[in-house]
Design a protein around this ligand. Structure first.
Ligand code: SF4
Length: 378
């Protein structure tokens, strides 16, 4: 047998039947395509352990396509809060509405149609079609590329289109016709628990006897990945501005990074320069930030395309305790002004401490809020 014909699929499926991971989205048989869909979207860029609780909570709020399609976007984003990459939630929401409108509430059963839904790529389409509909469709992600590159001792860059195509053909050839979904999940489990990045656990691998990289002693050298470009690091200064019981929040633009989510006032910059720039920005909307102290906290937040190095300061809004507006003092912030949207420009709001958790806070700002809550409850 050559490397393309050796059939190791039964070994993999036997191993899977004994060792498959116990996951909340795998409890039903047959599998509900909506649940496969949600779990796969959540698992993009998020670890399995972190997803479990979010998945359970999500299904309590949106157990099926009609309930998610009927929900308001703010509520959808709120239930996603903490998972990050919020465009995933928004796309899922848009796509289930399309499933209601175009397909009568049933997720389509062809790759061509399912790929047209917002946020569904090749991998997710293959996962839904194979796991929920029993179709012989592949689901090739980074895990599968790594496992196959090792089994077949492929020393070329696995991120190249050529190698991806070659591996997809190999997956098709090996996929079990009767259990295509189990085959795909077995590969996922093997990649997540045994054929892991770095040092694979070949001593407990069901494919150790057929693995060509292991035979060649190259299991730790493969796969080859071209080094990713370095992502830019952006310094960010943040003020948690307080006026009595109220905190100043800003809503991000409706398009772009963390679209429509709330944040504490911030600007790009660091140190004295950052503080001065943010103080000037706030002054321009009529808020005079005084008694700036800190940084009380530093957060490094990693996006796929950039990193925020955030310095968090606390500040008091001047004029908070005045009874009347005092334009001569150059500050419109008075007791009467501490009302949501009373004097602030659109997109800015004073929010009472008890209502802060009702706001969909942008990822790293939610961390600031969480730490504030922990401090106040200690
Ligand atoms: S033998 Fe090792 S390298 Fe090969 S598939 Fe198994 S875990 Fe991966």
């Amino acid at each position: 047998m050559n490397r393309f014909t050796e059939n190791w699929t039964p070994l993999l499926l036997q191993w899977y039947d004994k060792h498959k991971r116990d996951l909340p989205w795998r409890t039903e048989s047959p599998r509900d395509p909506y649940k496969v869909w949600v779990s796969e979207i959540m698992l993009q860029q998020t670890r399995v352990e972190a997803v479990k609780a979010y998945y359970i909570n999500w299904m309590e709020h949106f157990p099926d396509i009609p309930s998610l399609a009927a929900a308001e976007e703010d509520e959808v984003v709120r239930q996603w809060q903490g998972l990050g990459y919020y465009s995933r939630a928004r796309n899922l929401h848009t796509a289930v509405r399309e499933v209601m409108e175009t397909y009568g509430g049933k997720i389509p059963e062809t790759r061509e149609e399912i790929r047209k839904l917002k946020g569904i790529g090749d991998y997710t389409a293959g996962a839904i079609l194979s796991m929920a509909y029993g179709k012989r469709e592949t689901a090739v992600d980074g895990n599968v590329l790594r496992v196959f590159a090792r089994i077949y001792n492929i020393g070329e860059n696995i991120l190249s289109a050529k190698v991806k195509k070659e591996i997809t053909e190999l997956v098709k050839a090996r996929q079990d016709a009767a259990r295509p979904g189990d085959f795909n999940e077995a590969l996922m489990d093997l990649g997540a628990t045994v054929c892991i990045p770095g040092q694979p656990r070949c001593d407990v691998c069901p494919l150790a006897d057929v693995c060509l990289a292991k035979k060649a002693g190259k299991e730790t050298e493969i796969p080859l990945r071209v080094t990713k470009k370095e992502v830019p690091v952006e310094p960010v200064t943040v003020f948690v501005v307080r006026a009595g019981e109220f905190y100043l929040l800003h809503r991000r633009p409706s398009k772009g990074l963390l679209a429509g989510m709330w944040e504490f006032p911030n600007c790009v910059g660091e140190g004295e320069q950052g503080k001065e720039a943010l103080t000037a920005d706030l002054s321009a909307i009529g808020v005079r930030a005084e008694e700036v102290s800190g940084p009380v906290k530093q957060i490094r937040h990693v996006f796929s395309h950039k990193i925020w190095n955030m310095n968090i300061y606390e500040a008091e809004a001047a004029g908070t305790h005045e009874k009347e507006s005092s334009p001569e003092a150059g500050c419109a912030l008075t007791k009467s002004a501490v009302e949501p949207e009373a004097v602030l420009p659109s997109g800015w709001r004073w929010v009472s401490a008890t209502e802060l958790t009702d706001y969909n806070m942008a990822g790293p700002h939610n961390r600031i809020l969480r730490d504030m809550n922990e401090l106040t409850t200690k």
